[in-house]
Design a protein around this ligand. Structure first.
Ligand code: 4AD
Ligand code: MG
Length: 461
């Protein structure tokens, strides 16, 4: 069976005029106008489906017209150009083979379902327009990221999923173990040394530390993979499993780091403009009004820069607006991040030079001894989408930081050694892939940009 992708028909219909083609897909809807009828057929290769025209004397016409949404079929027919209509061509069916007809338990009907309802049917929700658009954009963003870094001469590396290095500081990690927790008698004697790897290991919350080692060998590297955090925060921006892009660059300071971040974000958006026009127009109309203008603005303007200390001055003057009142030294809450990006700058903003005590141990200590060369990129509507920093490249300073953070130097032996064996100034960052997708699609809940969301008490499809 020579089946044509509907996406190919969408681009090549003029060439295929008058020819017989075979397509397969899932019915979105049928319309029976008695002497003829239409099927909206979607095979997922394009955002929009193909319109199939059926004459009433076609074999099985009545049965085909009664098909529910979600039914699968193969259809053979002739390509007919319809320049006077909204869609520029139709397929005039000569034969429709029904593969699998859904019954009325099929949950996705023509009406608009709530995002909550569709989360219950995550295995089917890609068949709705919104999720179809979101997952197509997700695909293009992932490709754009590889394209960007490859064009900029970065080397892609695979950092491990199972790690003993817990770099983001402690408790919010999933343990990986073969100990029999369901067997209390066994557990009486269970020790980290007796476990599979002979010590405590985790699902990685970041690939940064390993990326640093490769950056100090290959100069410019990036990792792009799944990361895991067991923080029990049920927000619209946190997932227990999410994808992160982590570039790491030798001979690069914080300013160079931020330059790459800005170029990368603009590149991703431009690529989505080029490849997902129909999807963006749909999302602009049904998910976030003004989405395209918002993204256009990001591409056309420079991102704002502000230090943490300057940001504190602004926020302190507006403390009455916040649930959490700010004070120099405190961490920024989502409400503060959003105030800065949405009210003050109205565009993405880099906040730099945070107090050392609220950031990770590996960030480079500034001359003032109080702040570190770190930056977060805050986006309107979301808050933090990137966290990055210049790394502490001085052995003695790093060792002291590890001790100050109550970490054990012996757990960071190879990481410390990198500061003895050819240390150089280096920097990197982590872009939350699911968060940039929220920003690019306008979708306000991280659960709705992930194919298989993982959040506390939720691990189904
Ligand atoms: O700021 P974070 O914790 O930074 C790191 O992990 C560094 N090691 C990155 C680096 O410098 N290589 O996380 C980076 C980004 C955040 O800005 C956010 O976008 C995303 O990862 N992120 C999450 N996304 C979804 N769900 C969560 N629970 C997330 N936690 C962080
Ligand atoms: Mg962060």
């Amino acid at each position: 069976m020579e089946k044509l992708d509907i996406s190919v028909l969408h681009s090549d219909y003029a060439k295929l005029d008058g020819q017989e083609v075979t397509v397969g897909g899932w019915v979105r809807s049928t319309r029976d106008i008695k002497s003829f009828g239409f099927i909206d057929l979607n095979d997922g290769t394009a955002f929009k489906g193909a319109q199939i025209f059926c004459d009433a004397d076609m074999k099985d016409y009545a049965e085909v017209m009664k098909l529910n949404a979600g039914s699968s079929m193969i259809c053979t027919g002739k390509v007919v150009l319809t320049p006077e209509n909204k869609q520029p061509y139709e397929i005039h069916a000569t034969n429709v083979t029904i593969l699998n007809a859904t019954d009325d338990t099929y949950p996705i009907q023509k009406k608009r379902h709530s995002a909550e309802f569709l989360r219950e049917y995550a295995y089917l929700r890609g068949r709705t327009n919104i999720f179809n658009a979101v997952f197509r954009v997700r695909n293009k963003c992932a490709y754009a990221i590889h394209k960007f870094f490859q064009e900029e001469n970065f080397m892609y590396m695979h950092t491990p999923i199972i790690t003993s290095a817990d770099c983001e500081g402690g408790s919010d990690v999933f343990r990986v173990t073969t100990h029999k927790f369901y067997d209390p008698k066994y557990m009486e004697k269970a020790t980290p040394e007796g476990d599979f790897f002979g010590k405590n290991v985790f699902l990685t919350p970041t690939g940064q530390l390993e990326a640093e080692a490769f950056a100090l060998t290959f100069s410019k590297v990036y990792t792009f993979g799944p990361t895991f955090r067991s923080e029990n925060s049920n927000t619209t921006r946190h997932a227990s499993e999410f994808w992160m892009i982590e570039p790491e660059m030798a001979f690069c300071d914080l300013q160079g780091d931020m330059d790459v971040m800005e170029r990368m974000i603009k590149y991703i958006i431009n690529y989505v403009f080029e490849t997902c026009k129909a999807e963006l127009e749909f999302l602009d109309q049904f998910v976030e009004k003004g989405l395209i203008d918002k993204l256009r603005n990001v591409v056309d303007n420079e991102f704002a820069h502000i230090t943490y200390t300057e940001a504190m001055e602004i926020l302190k003057k507006n403390n009455d607006k916040f649930e959490f009142k700010v004070e120099w030294g405190c961490d920024l809450q989502s409400e503060h991040e959003r105030y800065l990006s949405e009210q003050v700058f109205k565009k993405p903003v880099f906040v730099t030079d945070y107090p050392k005590d609220i950031k990770a141990f590996y960030m480079r200590l500034n001359e003032d001894g109080k702040t570190v060369a770190a930056c977060d990129l805050l986006a309107p509507g979301i808050g933090e989408i990137i966290g990055g920093s210049q790394r502490e490249e001085r052995y003695d300073v790093l060792l002291q930081k590890i001790k100050d953070f109550n970490l054990k130097p012996e757990d960071y032996e190879w990481y410390l050694n990198l500061r003895k064996y050819g240390s150089v100034v280096h920097s990197g960052y982590g872009l939350g892939f699911d968060r940039i997708l929220m920003y690019v699609t306008g979708v306000s809940n991280i659960r709705d940009v992930q194919p298989c969301p993982r959040t506390p008490k939720n691990c189904n499809f």
